[in-house]
Design a protein around this ligand. Structure first.
Ligand code: GLN
Length: 481
């Protein structure tokens, strides 16, 4: 078995080969570590590689398997974690200088769950600072490149996660999604990424960006692998007050390609001007595949779509300005202006260690929350947010799942939008609504552009109906390889 064959394996393939004793976890892990050494210099996916920890976990997994006590399908599979998620004893920076060298004293619930499932954790993945961005260019440490074209961005903010999975440096990764940060990079890198329903996966131990929108979710090569990871991550957590106590279904069930009678909504507002023709063609291919398998395509309307970006960027920045007030040089990370008085220390620490986009968001958020503007911006945005949910509720009276593009264009070039924040924000037009309404949504590949760049199609489901999204995605994947 050659190295190149392993690069093309999905997480599900790796799990199956482990199960059949065709390969050991140590072999898989060594392979991943070698590949990281060989390729990550140019890709920039990892902020930290925990070689020792990963190999120790792999040895332990192999020993369990030999004793006949594998913990489940993820036992022994090398995965990696976005650096916005805390890991006990492993530096967690959130992509920011303000947390440089910060070693969390505990694991996020999702990390605990992956460890309990036997997964091998390779390290921490690059991202936009605090999850703020759509290109990974706001990482305070280094850029990350798209493995399909090194001159292009992998998307963001979970750019390191998407690029690492696409390049085969790990078999799956955790991402976080506040306004599209799992789905947009998944789309740009040709992989699958799922943002679960708000409350489905614990946020305990996720460095908060905008708490009412944030969710952690799986990113992997294909739908089956994504379903396997979601099964390990989902569930109630008393440490997250917004976590919902609902049973976790078997997400692998129903992945059989049968979508007969399924009602698929085509949101007409998502197919307007400004969409790249290749993206349109890709989504068309996915829709034809579903139709060919007996699904029913029905036009629905989500009339508030034009207001999604404005609403999202008011709510997200407002919450961010509050969440980020905790980084003051006192409790976490490095300190500047020591001995110059408390106010000078706050100012210097925050002034020197937050990046420009984070400062922009804090200022925007502080502005929309300030006396005199609160009603006009924040309160109004909250009311519009409610209307987004009502829009979706109406659509879901008619259909089971909604299909649309994930992004208006394939991956753009590094540097192309970074000096124009508004252009960058507009890239999130199709992803933010699902966060505003708390709905589950997944991006999966539906082919390539003329320039050989991956195209993503997005599926949005009813609350806690990740199953229908996975089932629909699986059927698309069967026909659109
Ligand atoms: N690009 C969006 C933002 O910058 C979404 C980020 C995310 O989902 N974390 O806010």
């Amino acid at each position: 078995m050659s190295d190149t064959s392993m690069v093309s394996w999905s997480l599900a393939d790796a799990a199956q080969k482990l199960d059949a004793s065709q390969i050991s976890s140590v072999e898989l892990t060594r392979h991943a570590l070698d590949l990281i050494k060989a390729r990550d210099g140019e890709l920039g996916c990892f902020l930290l590689v925990d070689e020792k920890g990963a190999l120790a976990a792999a040895h332990a997994s192999d020993a369990r398997r030999r004793a006949g006590g594998a913990l489940g399908p993820l036992d022994g599979v090398p995965l990696a974690i976005k650096d916005l998620i805390v890991t006990e004893g492993l530096v967690t920076t959130a992509g920011s200088r303000i947390l440089e060298g910060y070693v969390p004293p505990y694991d996020a619930t999702v990390v605990k769950k992956l460890k309990a499932a036997g997964a091998v954790l390779l390290g921490k993945l690059n991202q936009d600072e605090f999850g703020m961005g759509s290109s990974n260019e706001n990482s305070a440490y280094k850029p990350c490149r798209n493995p399909w074209d090194l001159t292009r961005t992998p998307g963001g903010s979970s750019g390191g996660s998407a690029a690492a999975v696409a390049a085969g440096l790990c078999f799956g990764a955790l991402g976080t999604d506040t306004g599209g940060s799992i789905r947009q990079p998944a789309s740009f890198c040709g992989i699958t990424g799922l943002k679960p329903t708000y409350g489905r996966v614990s946020r305990f131990g996720m460095v908060a960006y905008a708490s009412s929108l944030d969710q952690i979710g799986p990113m992997a090569r294909d739908v089956e692998s994504t379903a396997m990871m979601l099964g390990a991550l989902a569930g109630f957590d008393e440490r997250d007050a917004t976590s919902v106590n609902a049973p976790v279904p078997n997400y692998l069930q129903g992945l059989d390609g049968d979508v007969r009678g399924l009602k698929i909504g085509i949101a007409k507002e998502y197919f307007g001007e400004g969409i790249d023709q290749d993206v349109r063609d890709g989504v068309d291919r996915a829709m034809s595949a579903l139709k060919g398998r007996g699904a029913e395509l029905i036009e629905v309307s989500l009339p508030l779509t034009p207001y999604a970006i404005a609403t999202y960027y008011i709510i997200a920045t407002a919450e961010a300005s509050s969440n980020l007030s905790r980084y003051d040089g006192v409790r976490f990370g490095p300190r500047r202006g020591e001995g110059e008085g408390l106010v000078a220390m706050y100012e210097k620490t925050r002034g020197e260690l937050f990046g420009p986009e984070v400062k922009r968001r804090i200022m925007l958020g502080t502005y929309v929350l300030s006396a005199g503007y609160y009603d006009a911006y924040y309160l109004r945005a909250q009311k519009v947010r409610r209307l987004f949910s009502e829009d979706f509720n109406r659509a879901f009276e008619q259909v089971d799942v909604i299909i649309c593009p994930t992004t208006p264009t394939p991956a753009f070039r590094l540097g192309e939008k970074v000096s124009d924040p508004l252009q960058m924000y507009l890239n999130d037009i199709f992803t933010v609504s699902a966060n505003l309404a708390g709905l589950p949504a997944m991006s999966l590949n539906c082919g390539f552009s003329k320039e050989k760049l991956p195209i993503g199609v997005q599926l949005i489901g009813k609350p806690f109906d990740e199953q229908v999204i996975l089932r629909t995605g699986y059927a698309i994947e069967e026909d659109v390889p």
